[in-house]
Design a protein around this ligand. Sequence first.
Ligand code: SF4
Ligand code: SF4
Length: 80
Amino acid sequence: MAISRGRVSFKLDNCKGCGNCAVICPKKIIFLDTEHMNSWGYFPAAIKDEDMDKCIACSSCGLMCPDGIITVEKLDEEKK
Ligand code: SF4
Ligand code: SF4
């Protein structure tokens, strides 16, 4: 079966830390990074490097972001 993989990036300085993307992610790999505050004073969304390969490129996070600051890049499909 072919599994889609994705690479997600955030415009961190525009993130309001609403958490919508973290709630909707079916793989639960997005979190609010409470160790780093952005220039607006919010804890921005993030994905740990080691979790990025769990992304299935569903784009739900990008669709849920009220500010459209998430880019989901679909990578080649991987055979499982
Ligand atoms: S594209 Fe889907 S699986 Fe990947 S981080 Fe966004 S919501 Fe999660
Ligand atoms: S949905 Fe957008 S604004 Fe909200 S936490 Fe995620 S990236 Fe930040």
